[in-house]
Design a protein. Structure first.
Length: 146
């Protein structure tokens, strides 16, 4: 690769060519174009999404941990996609009922993947019927009756 006095044009074309080897650049480009990364994202690029609870589920944690992690199956209002969202907090699942409106966000795993010992769960519940789930678990607020 030239780095001499008149190598500017070649360096420019090389940069254009080899940028595609960088993962960050490639992901950014595919997000801009139709489909790409967003095609497989239930929230379609947004940070949070509203959905209706279909059912409560419990699933086992991955090895070497044990225990049943509580989650809910949700149908998103905007896209109609179905996804599983974790209910964080001790006894948090008791504040969530079927047909409740919940707000979900990414759980914080690397590159939008699942987190910790939660197999295949990429989202967590943050609000139930417009009230923070964390506040309800701590006992500061009560769940509104719809």
């Amino acid at each position: 690769m030239g780095r001499g006095l008149f190598s500017g044009p070649k360096m420019k074309t090389d940069r254009k060519k080899y940028r595609w080897k960088e993962r960050k650049f490639r992901n950014r480009q595919f997000k801009r174009r139709a489909g790409g990364v967003l095609k497989h994202d239930p929230l379609r690029g947004s940070t949070q999404g509203k959905g209706i609870v279909i059912e409560k589920v419990g699933f086992e944690a991955k090895q070497p941990n044990s225990g049943i992690r509580k989650a809910v199956k949700i149908s998103l209002i905007r896209t109609g996609n179905k996804l599983t969202a974790f209910a964080p907090g001790d006894g948090a699942i008791s504040f969530i009922d079927e047909h409740d409106e919940v707000l979900v966000e990414g759980i914080g795993g690397s590159m939008g993947r699942s987190y910790g010992d939660l197999p295949g769960v990429r989202f967590k519940v943050i609000k139930v019927n417009g009230v923070s789930l964390d506040e309800m678990v701590r006992g500061r607020k009560e769940k509104p009756i719809r």
